[in-house]
Ligand binder design. Structure first.
Ligand code: FMN
Length: 179
């Protein structure tokens, strides 16, 4: 069975992006969903001095191996001040020390963002969409969900147009991982 990594780009224990990534990954058929949590990785803030002194944390190496082992990724980014959260950027920086430019391993990815606001993390989605391909990111489709608390339900996105757009993007990822 294909394995899909669901990841929220946030270290909030109540992360809406983690919830959304898990929801979207679970819409895929015949897959095992592997959930990763930035809190559980418990990474120190990257610094060259720390790296020189102690090397790369074992959890970063394990996470890199997890990316290598899975068949697809559903990543939902939290937006802080128009950009990635420090927690997610910190993971990114550490991963780039394991494998400088290719750590997303070309795994088919549904890239998403959501926020309580009306732009739905559009800014972080754009910034990350532009940089991911330089780091082995293979974005099959991207999707932004605005007004999370109004629109999200575990039974499906309440807004019909958004629900149908998301479902069509999940199908694109499904087709890619089934290849
Ligand atoms: C420091 C900070 C900055 C934020 N900046 C933005 C922003 O630029 N755009 C936005 O849509 N929401 C912003 N928010 C609100 C977040 O979208 C909201 O907290 C969301 O729940 C974060 O996602 P998460 O629950 O997955 O952690 C910000 C929140 C914080 C705490």
């Amino acid at each position: 069975m294909k394995r899909i990594l669901a990841l929220g780009g946030s270290n909030s224990k109540t992360s809406i992006n983690k919830k959304f990534a898990i929801y979207a990954a679970n819409q895929l058929e015949n897959v095992e969903v592997v959930v990763a949590d930035l809190n559980e990785l418990n990474l120190p803030l990257y610094s060259p001095d720390l790296e020189a002194e102690k090397g790369c944390p074992e959890n970063v190496v394990q996470f890199y191996k997890l990316i290598e082992s899975i068949d697809g990724i559903v990543l939902s980014l939290a937006e802080y001040n128009g950009n990635q959260t420090a927690a997610f950027k910190n993971l990114w920086d550490w991963l780039s020390r394991v494998d400088e430019m290719k750590f997303w391993r070309e795994k088919p990815m549904l890239l998403m963002a959501t926020s309580p606001g009306g732009r739905g993390g559009a800014s972080v989605l754009k910034i990350t969409s532009e940089s991911l391909p330089f780091f082995g990111g293979n974005i099959i489709a991207s999707f932004s969900l605005p007004l999370f608390h109004n629109n999200f339900s575990v039974d499906g996105i309440k807004d019909e147009a958004l629900n149908s757009d998301l479902n069509s993007k999940i199908v694109l990822l499904q087709n890619e991982i089934n290849k």
